[in-house]
Design a protein. Sequence first.
Length: 545
Amino acid sequence: MENFNLKNIKDVVDPIGIRDEELETYGNYMAKVSLGILERLRNKDDGKLILVTSINPTPAGEGKTTTSIGLTEALGSMGKKVIVAIREPSLGPCFGIKGGATGGGKATVEPSDRINLFFTSDFPAVTAAHNLLSALINNHIHYGNDLRIDPKKILFPRTIDMNDRSLREVIVGTGGHENGSMVEDKYVITPASEIMAIVGLAEGYSDLKERLSRILVAYSTDNRPIYAGDLNAQGSMAVLLRDAIKPNIVQTAEGNPAFIHTGPFGNIAHGTSSILADRIALKLADYVVTEAGFGSELGAEKFFNLVSRVGKLPINGVVLVCTIRALKHHGGARDYNIEDLDALKDGSRNLLRHVENIRRFGFDPVVSLNIFASDSEKEIKLIGSIMDSKKIKWARSEVFEKGGKGGLELASKILENLQDHPMIKRTYEFTQPLQEKIESIVTQVYGGTSVEYSKQAKLAIKKIKQLGLEGLPICMAKNQYSFSDDASKLNAPENFKVNVRDIRIASGAGFLVPMLGEIMTMPGLPKVPAANGMDVDEKGNITGL
Ligand SMILES: Nc1ncnc2c1ncn2[C@@H]1O[C@H](COP(=O)(O)OP(=O)(O)O)[C@@H](O)[C@H]1O
Ligand SMILES: O=COP(=O)(O)O
Ligand SMILES: [Mg+2]
């Protein structure tokens, strides 16, 4: 449906200097930016990067995307040249618990219905490239298996962009030899696909193919590692990803430019938009607002230790989104709509732990108190006095209700607080021993006391060392509700151990994935999925998305 409140995308990108020949439009309101722009702008100075993170969220989410967009609107209204860079929504949460990922209220990116559904087909492309590799693995086994792949040691799962618990563990190849080998298999949700991470971290087409060829897909019957390159799969996969690697550009509700590209979750993957989107945005704007998924111990930890180092991205300021409802949740409140000063005070320990974390990385965060209609003035006053007493910089944010106007205080405070040349204190060096890197994150970022490794995890460590991959960075897979690996341990848990169940090797993406506790890579739908409330009318208008 044409949305007549929006500018034509060419009128959005013209002021930031994207040329017609660098823009591939998808209708009037969406476009992809060709990678050649980076070559043209290579000598331009970077703008400043503002990272948006949050406290541990409730299942509904606490407003990082909404705040990232609202802060962009506020900076834009102050005459700043600003771009927001966020991730593409996954159909899983869209039709599951959270709903779409295009912000909310008056702080949205548009056209939100198209962005939340198939957008410019990046998710379908990643899903297809991923499943093409699965098909090529099984086809190789079916026709002679020259590489002697052991069907029982295929590591590479299948993927689909949907929450479906019945696909977590499956049997494929039933029905006789003609249907391939009958083996146990599994599906991960597309945001957890290694291909998604590769597209998000790739620097261009040759790097994309190099990473794709490095994907560890299986072991042979004599235990040799088999990579996607051994199947010569990288070229055909790159064909499917030819357009998906180009960042998408749309607009915010108030007409500011918005890059939306790739969609790795923050709990089971690296959790931020693509390096290419951030790099292009940094060449085009004075300020780039980008979001890291879930709480600071997940998305922000990975941005500080993995993404910004691998992607050579600057970080100049940090916004920590906090809501009264989430803090009351951490303080044991059952109903967020009822004023509960005791629960709020107790739950504020979660906020203080996140502030400590950001300070340990070398930044003094500006807390954005994302105001909900259910918040009472007494609660706002209480949490404000707690932050004042701890000398925490904070601002009320009402961007959901008012758009950019509701974020002016936040924008001013983050501008005052930017660092030109910050001394970023990383949690570990890539060259440290693997277990030391994991233990550094657990003790310094999560507040845990120690790490236990299952038998499977110890075997994985041995394999990683044999393959010479110990020097890769760490991408923790952990629940988003708790600092610990136990989702029920809310607030600021202490004296807890973390259990590493397994360590997945993402040699294509270039990181190692310790699986902590019960985290799963294929979520399930809730009892009452958001899907139940969706519809489309006779004119094609969507409701409930
Ligand atoms: N201040 C607010 N009042 C009401 N709803 C809000 C507010 N801020 C965010 N939301 C809603 O909460 C949900 C999660 O917001 P989102 O920005 O996606 O959070 P996150 O990125 O941290 O997961 C969305 O449905 C959004 O519309
Ligand atoms: O990966 C999670 O992202 P959000 O925290 O924005 O839901
Ligand atoms: Mg978000």
